[in-house]
Design a protein around this ligand. Structure first.
Ligand SMILES: NC(=O)C1=CN([C@@H]2O[C@H](COP(=O)(O)OP(=O)(O)OC[C@H]3O[C@@H](n4cnc5c(N)ncnc54)[C@H](OP(=O)(O)O)[C@@H]3O)[C@@H](O)[C@H]2O)C=CC1
Ligand SMILES: N[C@@H](CC=O)C(=O)O
Length: 325
C-alpha cells in the first residue's frame, strides 16, 4: 500500500487518543496495511500550547496549512458543526478520505457530506459518532445489506449512563457525578449536550439516516435529557427494581422513522437494565436477524480512538474502491 499520511483535526481526548494509538500500534498497523501510517499535521484551536508530538509534525490553527501537506486522510475530532463541515468539504475537494468522530456536525451535515464524498470518490467513515467504542455503524451497515432494521432501542450517551449509575450507587448528586465524567474524558466540551440529551439526539439522527437512507426531520424527534430526574427517585426506585436509563428509540414503519430520546424507568427484565457506567447498549431488531445486543464503552479516549483507527484500516483494506457507509 505504501504509506498513508493523516491529518488530525483536534488534539483533545479523541485526537490525542488517535495519535497515541497509531504510535503504539504502528508495527501491527504497518503489517496489516503493508505500509506505515504517518500523522503529518495536527489542527488545534490554540497553537501556542506545546503538544506532545515530534517537531516534524505540523501543529497549526490554520486549515489551509494542514491541507497544503500531502494528506490522504483527514480525521475530524473537533467540536461542533462549523468550522468542521467547511474544513471537511475542503479536504474532500482535495481528494482526501474523511473519518469523523464529530456527531453534532455529522447529524446536521452527514447526508450532504456522504453525497459529496460519493461525487469525489472518497470514503467517509463515522463509527466514532455513535456509541463510542461499540461498532454499531459497521453492524447496521452490514445488516441492511440484507435486512430491514425495524427497531432500535439504545443507551447512546456514556456520560448520562455513568451519571445515573453513580447517583444510584454512590448516592451523589448529578453535578458531582458529572464532574467525574468530565475528569474521565467522557463528557462533551459543553456537557449540556450530554445531560440535556442533545448528544444522544445527534446519535439517534445519525442512526436513523443510516437505517432509512433518508434525511431525518429534526422537528419530529422528541428529546429530553436526565436533568429532571431527582436523586432520591433514582435511589428509591432502584430499591423497587427500577433503574433510570436514558434511552433512544427508533421505530421504522413503512420507511418512516419515529425517534424518541428520553429517560425511562426499566426493570430487571429489560435488556438495557444491566448496561451500567459509561457503557452503551444497543438493541437492533431486523427483519430476518431478530434482536442483536451490542454493549461496550460509549465514551473515553482509547475506545473512541480505537474505532477511528479501525475506520482508517477499513478504508485502506478496501482501497482503491471507495466505501461510503
Ligand atoms: N470524548 C469522547 O469520549 C468522545 C468524543 N466524540 C466527539 O469527538 C470530538 C472531540 O471530542 P473530545 O476530544 O472529547 O473534545 P476535546 O474538547 O477534548 O478536544 C477538542 C479538540 O478540538 C480542538 N478544536 C476545537 N474547536 C476547534 C476549532 N474551531 N479549530 C481547531 N481546533 C479546534 C481543540 O483545540 P485546543 O486543544 O487548542 O483547545 C481540542 O484539541 C467531538 O466532536 C466529540 O463530540 C466522539 C466520541 C467520543
Ligand atoms: N459525551 C459523549 C462522548 C461519546 O460520544 C458520551 O458521553 O457519550
Amino acid at each position: 500500500m505504501g504509506s498513508v499520511n493523516v491529518a488530525l483535526l483536534g488534539f483533545g481526548t479523541v485526537g490525542s487518543g488517535v495519535y497515541e494509538l497509531i504510535e503504539r500500534e504502528q508495527k501491527r498497523l504497518s503489517e496489516s496495511l503493508s505500509g506505515s501510517i504517518n500523522i503529518v499535521a495536527v489542527l488545534v484551536k490554540d497553537d501556542s500550547i506545546k503538544r506532545n508530538v515530534p517537531n516534524d509534525v505540523l501543529v497549526t490553527s490554520n486549515i489551509d496549512d494542514i491541507l497544503a501537506q500531502p494528506v490522504d486522510v483527514v480525521v475530524d475530532a473537533i467540536v461542533g458543526v462549523e468550522p468542521a463541515f467547511t474544513y471537511l468539504c475542503k479536504a474532500i475537494d482535495q481528494g482526501c478520505h474523511i473519518i469523523t468522530a464529530n456527531k453534532e456536525m455529522f447529524a446536521y451535515k452527514g447526508f450532504e457530506l456522504k453525497e459529496k464524498a460519493k461525487e469525489h470518490r472518497v470514503a467517509v467513515h463515522y463509527e466514532a459518532t455513535v456509541a463510542g467504542g461499540v461498532p454499531v455503524i459497521r453492524t447496521i451497515s452490514q445488516l441492511i445489506s440484507v435486512n430491514k432494521v425495524v427497531h432500535v432501542e439504545a443507551i447512546l450517551n456514556g456520560t448520562s449512563n455513568y451519571i445515573l449509575s453513580e447517583m444510584r450507587n454512590k448516592q451523589i448528586d448529578l453535578n458531582t457525578a458529572l464532574q467525574g465524567a468530565q475528569q474521565l474524558g467522557y463528557a462533551e466540551a459543553d456537557p449540556t449536550n450530554d445531560i440535556e440529551g442533545f448528544d444522544a439526539f445527534y446519535k439517534a439522527v445519525i442512526l436513523a439516516e443510516l437505517v432509512t437512507e433518508e434525511r431525518v426531520n429534526f422537528n419530529r424527534v422528541f428529546r429530553h435529557g436526565i436533568t429532571a430526574l431527582k436523586q432520591e427517585d433514582v435511589v428509591n426506585q432502584s430499591l423497587k427494581g427500577h433503574r433510570a436509563k436514558h434511552i433512544v428509540t427508533l421505530t421504522i414503519e413503512q420507511g418512516e422513522v419515529n425517534v424518541t430520546v428520553e429517560p425511562r424507568w426499566v426493570t430487571t427484565e429489560h435488556p438495557l437494565y444491566d448496561v451500567e457506567g459509561v457503557n452503551n447498549g444497543v438493541l437492533i431488531t431486523s427483519q430476518y436477524n431478530g434482536q442483536l445486543k451490542l454493549e461496550g464503552p460509549g465514551a473515553g479516549k482509547l475506545p473512541t480512538a480505537s474505532v477511528v483507527v479501525e475506520d482508517l484500516v477499513h478504508i485502506f483494506r478496501h482501497e482503491p474502491k471507495i466505501v461510503v457507509n
